[in-house]
Design a binder for this molecule. Structure first.
Ligand code: B12
Ligand code: SF4
Ligand code: SF4
Length: 313
């Protein structure tokens, strides 16, 4: 314990600790949050009602609508973000893979770093309880990150930060300690619609709303069917794992962005020079070895082959 009796001091020290552990973005929100949290929760309800989750039935978990169900007596939310943009481009002619997955599995990185932050908090406030959420926990992550001032939810539905664009992965540490909140971010998409116009399948059915059933990221990563729908196959272009089109066209990502120097975010070489022939000839055990420590493990070897066969060039 370092004797941080004042909550403002504790909040500042916690943020400093989070930065020290390797997070580029750090912010705090207080529960139950502003009215926008309720608005985003209502939007989730409409999204589910429209069936936009496709086969991701886990998106229906009632707990996603109430942060209290994740940690009893939660009062504060620490939102963190890591910049995953690297100046590297994929090799000419190589298959396209979402940038978020070029480095080591972000779930593991964020969880490990947040655990260290949580342990630091325990030293300062032994009675405080905390819980880590990265992706798999039913938390509306982008809504809480917006609330904590990390960025705004954009029309392609990704969170954008003024300095890093939307090339950020996020995670959360919920805790029972009352911390000092940051201001929510103000949206800055303005009149722009570039992402909506660029999406090859019109998956952005209206500003801020992505219909997963039309999204290439959903089909290449989550769809477990033996064959992809014909209209998806026809629009795949070169995308074998994920899709970055709606982010690549965004003006907030067109500027000179800071290339991440985080060793964990540096691209694995095979991912930026992957060919269709490799995808189709590697054995399952070769695939398992390649995918070790990667978030792309979610795409099984047979799915890589299915996706590659659907790419029409
Ligand atoms: C399910 C999911 C998917 C699904 C569905 C995508 C989606 N947009 O929902 C699929 C498989 C398609 C997917 C794809 C991708 N994903 Co994903 N995904 C998730 C997950 C697990 C849940 C998202 C969610 O809650 N969806 C439900 C719907 C209702 O939420 P939503 O689209 O965000 O809608 C919100 C806004 O639209 C807003 N809203 C609605 N109406 C209105 C109106 C106004 C006026 C405003 C301002 C806002 C607004 O409120 C809604 C509710 O919060 C999160 C992790 C998590 N636990 O949160 C990661 C997450 C969103 N994914 C992430 C990533 C990186 C991706 C991809 C970029 C990967 C890739 N390169 O292929 C793509 C991006 C595709 C896209 N354009 O969204 C990151 C995004 C980081 C960021 N900067 O935002 C997250 C946060 C994971 C993480 N921990 O970092 N994903
Ligand atoms: S990730 Fe690709 S398919 Fe999905 S909404 Fe964005 S541009 Fe459309
Ligand atoms: S392309 Fe335009 S509308 Fe889409 S997210 Fe970027 S700024 Fe917003």
């Amino acid at each position: 314990m370092t004797g941080l009796t004042n909550q403002n001091q504790l909040t500042q020290a916690l943020k400093t600790e989070a930065k020290k552990q390797g997070f580029d973005l750090v912010g705090i929100a207080r529960t139950p949050g502003s009215t926008r949290i309720q608005m985003r929760t209502d939007a989730l309800q409409r999204w589910l009602k429209a069936g936009f989750e496709g086969d991701m039935k886990w998106m229906n978990a009632p707990r996603r609508k109430n942060i209290e169900t994740l940690l009893e007596d939660v009062t504060s939310v620490l939102s963190v973000g890591i910049n995953y943009y690297v100046k590297t481009e994929k090799k000419m002619g190589a298959l396209s893979i979402g940038r978020y997955a070029w480095g080591r599995d972000y779930h593991k990185i964020i969880e490990q770093r947040l655990k260290r932050v949580g342990n630091w908090l325990t030293k300062e406030r032994p009675e405080c309880r905390w819980k880590i959420c990265v992706d798999s926990q039913p938390l509306l992550e982008k809504a809480w990150a917006e609330e904590a001032g990390l960025g705004w939810i954009s029309k392609n539905s990704n969170l954008i930060n003024k300095d890093y664009g939307s090339w950020i992965v996020i995670g959360h540490l919920l805790c029972t300690e009352p911390l000092t909140a940051d201001k929510p971010t103000v949206p800055l998409c303005g009149k722009c619609q570039s992402c909506i116009e660029a999406c090859p399948t019109n998956a952005i059915s209206e500003p801020f709303v992505v219909n997963s059933k039309l999204c290439l990221a959903y089909h290449t990563i989550e769809n477990r069917a033996k064959q992809l729908p014909k209209e998806i196959e026809n629009s795949l272009g070169n995308w074998i794992a994920g899709c970055d089109i709606c982010q690549e066209v965004c003006p907030w990502n067109q500027r000179q962005l800071k290339s991440s120097s985080d060793p964990e975010m540096q691209p694995k070489q095979w991912l930026v020079q992957l060919t269709k022939e490799q995808v189709l000839t590697w054995t399952d055990s070769e695939w398992h070895a390649k995918l070790k420590g990667s978030s792309l493990k979610r795409i099984k070897p047979w799915m890589w082959r299915r996706n590659a066969k659907a790419i029409q060039n």
